[in-house]
Ligand binder design. Sequence first.
Ligand code: IPD
Ligand code: CA
Ligand code: CA
Length: 269
Amino acid sequence: MDLDELLAVARLAADAGAEAAMRWRRRAEELTIEEKAGPDDLVSQADREAERVIRAVLAAHRPHDGVLGEEDGDAAGRSGIRWVVDPIDGTTNYLYGRPDWAVSVAAARVDGDELLAGVVAEPMLGRVTAARLGGGTWSGGVRLPRLRATDLSRTLIELNLGRGAQKSRAGRMVDALVPRVRDVRRGGSAASALAQLADRRVDAVWVPGLSPWDCAAGVLLVREAGGQVGDLAGPSPGTWPASGDVLAAPEGLWETLRNLLFDAYADVA
Ligand code: IPD
Ligand code: CA
Ligand code: CA
């Protein structure tokens, strides 16, 4: 398997998705916005068109691979590789004209979901962060330095509030963190948050309740930058945590944060 080829295709697909999303952003007043599961779950033509062009790039270069995308679901392949795609992660930000949103494209083995290549593009910031298994994490032509743990008191941590019953634990989670860390942030894009950790725009990330497309690429970016990823049950080597609860941090800080967060969610399934 040619990991460099997978990374090159991931990059082309993410660039195409970013271009489509930016085109719609310039005519945002024409977008029809729909609520999917509820008022906090939005979609527009921009998400759908970005996914369509991403799938077209993948089909042109890797016709035998499967694709799992947020908007168009799962299409099985026969190569043993599956692409995991979020055409716009942070749709709410996108639709409000805020800059924190990303296009996320990852390639993984179907067997065990081992992550092979991943790209997170943040078009409003002009940033693309990319990694392939064993090759480090790169941005702007530069290999990112290995993540180093900060003291807990000097940790800026990016959060989300989770889904379902996790939301009712958000207060406890904030209570556990705020007195002990430098500060918390809630940017609104899990994919961006993980890219931000990889290139040290934040020191740690706790984003529970994700789907694979939200985090697949970002998890590889963090891991290839030397960070640790898992859920509150423990690390998830090689892939994203099946629970969708993603804790990402430099080694040495990860376990401290896990212990701190564990009690806040102790009674949530
Ligand atoms: C959402 C973002 C958000 C996270 C949600 C995701 P979407 O993705 O990643 O940060 O808190 O769980 O659903 O819907 O904007 O693609
Ligand atoms: Ca998403
Ligand atoms: Ca999305």
